[in-house]
Design a protein around this ligand. Structure first.
Ligand code: SF4
Length: 331
């Protein structure tokens, strides 16, 4: 029988003599040269625990990491092989203000000056359920200060009865629990589109989503006075941005996600982000400080602990207490 399913590469992990190898990894790098970093798969809401194997800022493989509460010692092939985009040559690596290269402090200063003057209700936020809990929570602070409408984009696909979830976002629950979107993800997007069409919404902040594919086409985006976009890879929305802020992939930063079953799990940094790209929580912290006057912690530990005090679902959690395998919260 052909050996053809979505879990074949687990045989490489369990082969006792190393006779079975992965076509993707073999002869690419000697396994003992790899730096091993505790991380998570972000390809669906299951949040399988993984080890990222990297060397000299390049990722060579994901392998499953034991967590009996999530994936035991397994992961699917699709998730395991979905890492090459992180090293793509066309990654966004420069801050651009109306197409011209700019420095982070100048761009953030201009954005915050303009946001501070924005009338209540004139700003909308499209966040991403691929962002971390901490980043979504910081965006919720901007949302509260600006009286902004906010939402995120749903991403569905086939599930199986083993590990794979139909929800292809790693942090839909984080987006809900931090108040960025309500029970049904994506339901406020038509309202945001209507707000732009009617002229009420004049500023749109987009993180990590190509909104032109989700009801906010180029014609609508063209009506905005200010389009602020942060992303990792170029797309139709990044091309239209007035302010383009290059972000970091999860493998390039620390943070936490809340998986489909409410397990809050943290991940560590394996490689550096390219060029001027920065972890979103770092520059969102600066932006929230400048717009709301609220200064907080500038470490991920401090930020998480502060979020845990304020977001009811996370009450009582600490970064340290998440340990390597996470903690389940009620969702
Ligand atoms: S089941 Fe989901 S989280 Fe786990 S490896 Fe596959 S895609 Fe990644």
């Amino acid at each position: 029988m052909p050996f053809d399913n979505n879990y074949t590469l687990n045989t490489v992990d369990v082969c006792p003599v190393g006779a079975l190898t992965s076509k993707d990894f073999r002869f690419q790098m000697r396994a003992w040269f790899l730096k091993e970093t505790r991380s998570l798969c972000t390809s669906c809401a299951t949040g399988c625990n993984v080890i990222i194997g990297s060397r000299e800022e390049k990722i060579y493989r994901y392998t499953p990491r034991d967590n009996d509460a999530v994936n035991a010692s397994w992961m699917c092939d699709a998730g395991r092989l979905n890492y090459k985009w992180i090293g793509r040559a066309d990654r966004l690596r420069e801050v651009l203000v109306r197409g011209r290269k700019a420095a982070w402090p100048d761009a953030l200063g201009e954005i915050s000056d303009r946001l501070k003057q924005a009338p209540a209700g004139s700003v909308a936020i499209v966040a991403s359920a691929r962002q971390t809990n901490e980043e979504l929570w910081l965006l919720s602070k901007l949302k509260a200060r600006l009286g902004a409408l906010s939402d995120s984009v749903g991403r569905e696909g086939p599930a199986d009865k083993l590990l794979v979830s139909a929800d292809k976002n790693p942090n839909t629950n984080g987006a809900r629990l931090t108040g960025i979107c309500f029970t049904e993800i994506g339901t406020s997007l038509p309202q945001i589109a209507h707000g732009i069409a009617s002229g009420k919404v004049k500023t749109l902040i987009v993180f990590g989503e190509d909104v032109t594919k989700h009801g906010l086409g180029a014609d609508l985006l063209g009506k905005l006075e200010m389009l602020i976009v942060s992303d990792i890879l170029p797309g139709a929305t990044t091309q239209l941005a007035h302010y383009l802020l290059p972000g970091a992939a999860h493998a390039e930063k620390r943070g936490s996600f809340t998986n489909g079953k409410g397990r809050v799990q943290k991940f560590m940094k394996a490689v550096e982000a390219p060029g001027d790209a920065r972890a979103e929580w770092e520059f969102l912290h600066d932006l929230v400080h400048q717009v709301t006057g609220r200064n907080g912690f500038v470490t991920i530990e401090g930020l998480f602990n502060q979020m845990a005090q304020e977001v009811p679902a996370f009450n009582g959690l600490t970064w340290a207490a998440l340990g390597d395998t996470g903690v389940t919260v009620p969702i």
